[in-house]
Write a protein that binds this ligand. Structure first.
Ligand code: SFD
Ligand code: AMP
Length: 621
């Protein structure tokens, strides 16, 4: 392996990640700061990177204010109930009040949205509109690329660490990383940084192993970097115990929202029973959220899970029943319904269409199995893990406000999308919107704070050395065994990932543990993950591709550890259907309707867990 060269990039705003929120941030920062140098560092290529790279079939966050469908207040009510009492109302409202204009912008840029004959948008559910969304990502990326300029986009550059000011560990100064296709190390020096590096899949052992490895619901490229970059420098995180367990079509991981809400399909068990009917009483056990409409996502899972636990599976999405009903015996209508059914997956989760094809499934004839997937740690869908950020100045109470909207507790470091905690249900459109809001605030931050942070060159040199170390470790020790993958001196990134997933699955309430854990199990899991973290200093990489995998597993391990520590701290079961604390099986609003926050202190290698109050800003729930 050649000795890497070092490139230094100086800019005003560094956007790390060019996904939905990163593209929003890029576009907006140039709108407010046309004189500023805005740089994007992206590990892939922005036209196809991130969770939407594969396409989407819906915009899941749209108020429809111009049609009188919903207000931002309605949205906050919905989100707080869906999170069973815990979401930052100021942040959720902020997305709600701006998201429609973002969707209209995406349409203007070329996103095809399904329309009715009168030209108004078609709807799926209360907040969701269907799109022909295979190309949502290139449509979003093009204006971002144009706005910042080709020369300011550093693609195929993976960011591994954030760096703080030499004289102030609480002030961001930039980031370091490496080129995944050339022997190059980077240091980005910036006056403000916006983290938009997405959520985390593959922290838990996925249901697909070996034969289908790599098939997960959320993007396999979502490696928890938003959290893995922010935690080590002491950024305050919130709700890292929260997770999203999606109900998904079995094995293909096809999403279910369109089926429930647009096709009005039911899921029934082996006896033909509908758990929403037979398990209805279960909802009374979780007041006041159990009777919210719609039933909160974890409780919908919980009802289905009770059937699965009772041995009443397989669970079937009754696609055939729903499609026949919609077609009303008319072959023309059936053609349309069939087309829509396949498009839902071809636009977004092609693997599900392949699963149908490979299993001879005609959805209008045959029902399809659904299951609960492994947990995902994320902040943009029905999960709310992420950074604790300042709210907007006109809404946030003092406890939630420290100067700049979406700024983390590190000065000059902003977050958006999956990176922001306690503000879920943003989806693609809301993440893009939040990126825009973070960028506007970052421009203001730069205007108000003229200084350029000081970068400690020695620290950068040391970080560069550690970034490259897995390649050196492999070269030095590869002869110690006859099989490259098994060596007393190093651990491969794939073995490290499997070890992480095993710990998370078995100790942190993964799918094979039936989403159940308790205090002693978590304590044991934390001890094991601490050892894993130590061993990650001995990662070995055969090539640059594996070097990328090394840093991805480092980021995922930070996510796993934070998740377990937060799970341990929250002594209740607030989200049955997402996870169960066997030692605290009940929801405890009196003591635990609070946010669980953490900071990691690198100097002492210690975590500090605390709670932050819940404050009603919009609702009285
Ligand atoms: O049906 C580094 N999502 C859906 N949203 C919708 O609005 N409608 C849907 O239909 C959706 N569904 C869905 C969705 C996602 C997936 C995978 C499927 C189905 C199969 C959710 C949205 O996609 C999601 O909410 C947003 O994309 C989140 O935006 P953001 O910006 O937080 O994350 P990103 O888009 O993944 O971008 C992250 C970027 O960072 C890069 N990156 N770059 C440099 N260095 C590093 N270390 C990096 N680490 C990551 C990534 O490459 C990427 O560009 S449905 O299921 O609900
Ligand atoms: P999904 O396809 O599961 O990712 O869901 C897409 C959107 O539909 C998200 O906003 C979900 O919260 C919502 N959704 C999915 N299933 C239901 C349901 N049964 N009732 C209400 N909303 C749902």
């Amino acid at each position: 392996m050649a000795t890497p060269t070092v490139e230094t990039v100086e800019c005003d705003i560094l956007i790390i990640g060019g996904g939905m929120s990163g593209c929003g941030a890029a576009f907006e920062s140039k709108f407010w700061g046309s004189d500023l140098r805005v740089v994007i560092a992206e590990k892939a290529v922005i036209e196809r990177s991130g969770a939407t790279g594969e396409g989407l079939s819906a915009i899941n966050c749209y108020m429809g204010q111009r049609y009188g469908w919903n207000t931002p207040e309605d949205f906050v009510n919905y989100v707080v109930n869906d999170m069973m009492g815990l979401a930052r109302e100021d942040l959720v409202y902020d997305v709600g009040r701006h998201v429609d204009s973002s969707v209209h912008l995406l349409e203007e840029w070329g996103l095809p949205i399904w329309k009715k004959d009168d030209g108004s948008y078609e709807r799926i559910g209360r907040w969701q509109i269907p799109i022909h969304g295979e190309s949502i990502k290139p449509v979003t990326a093009e204006p971002a690329r144009k706005a910042v300029g080709q020369e300011n986009i550093y693609e195929r550059v993976s960011i591994t660490h954030l760096i703080t000011d030499a004289n102030d560990p609480n002030r961001i100064a930039g980031a370091v990383g490496f080129g995944v296709r050339e022997d190059k190390l980077y240091v980005f020096k910036a006056r403000a940084v916006i983290i938009t590096t997405g959520g985390a899949s593959n922290v838990f052992r996925p249901r697909s192993v070996n034969e289908g490895i790599g098939r997960t619901w959320y993007s396999v490229f979502a490696t928890g970097s938003a959290y893995g970059l922010m935690i080590p420098i002491g950024t305050e995180m919130t709700q890292m115990e929260h997770r999203f367990v999606p109900t998904r079509f079995k094995d293909g991981y096809g999403p279910v929202g369109m089926w429930f809400q647009y096709f009005h399909a039911r899921v029934t068990n082996a006896l033909g029973e509908d758990y929403t009917v037979t398990r209805d009483d279960e909802l009374d056990k979780f007041p006041p959220y159990g009777r919210a409409v719609p039933t909160p996502t974890p409780l919908r899972n919980h009802q289905m899970f009770l059937d699965i636990q009772a041995g009443l599976g397989p669970m079937y999405m009754r696609t055939e029943e729903a499609m026949q009903k919609l077609a009303e015996g008319d072959p023309e209508k059936m053609n349309k319904v069939r087309e829509e059914a396949w498009e839902d997956f071809l636009d977004m989760t092609i693997a599900q269409a392949l699963t149908w094809a490979s299993q001879n499934i005609e959805p209008e004839v045959t029902p399809s199995e659904v299951n609960l997937a492994e947990p995902y740690i994320m902040g943009s869908h029905s999960g709310e893990a992420g950074a604790w950020v300042s709210g907007p100045e006109d809404l946030a109470p003092p406890e939630y406000f420290w100067g700049y909207n979406k700024m983390t507790t590190i000065r000059g470091l902003f977050a958006a999308g999956d990176g922001v905690g306690a503000a879920p249900h943003k989806f693609s459109s809301g993440s893009f919107t939040e990126g825009r809001l973070a960028a506007k605030a970052a421009v203001n931050f730069i205007r108000d704070n003229g200084e350029t942070p000081t970068v400690n060159d020695e620290q950068v040199r040391q970080l560069h050395q550690s970034i490259w170390a897995p390649l050196d470790t492999f070269e030095t020790h590869k002869g110690a065994s006859t099989a490259e993958g098994v060596n007393p001196n190093y651990i491969t990134p794939s073995d490290a990932l499997v070890r992480l997933q095993k710990i998370m699955d078995e100790y942190a309430g993964g799918a094979s543990a039936w989403y159940t854990t308790n205090g002693p199990t978590l304590e044991r899991g934390i001890a094991l993950i601490e050892m894993l973290r130590e061993d990650l200093a001995h990662l070995g990489a055969r090539n640059r591709h594996e070097l990328l995998r090394c840093w991805e597993v480092v980021h995922r391990t930070w996510v796993g550890e934070a998740h377990m520590r937060h799970l341990l701290h929250r002594q209740e079961t607030r989200w049955p259907g997402y996870y169960y604390r066997a030692d605290y099986p009940n929801l405890d609003d009196a003591n635990w309707r609070v946010f669980v926050n953490s900071t990691f202190d690198a100097a002492s290698n210690k975590w500090n867990l605390r709670t932050r109050p819940y404050l009603n800003v919009v609702t009285s729930i």
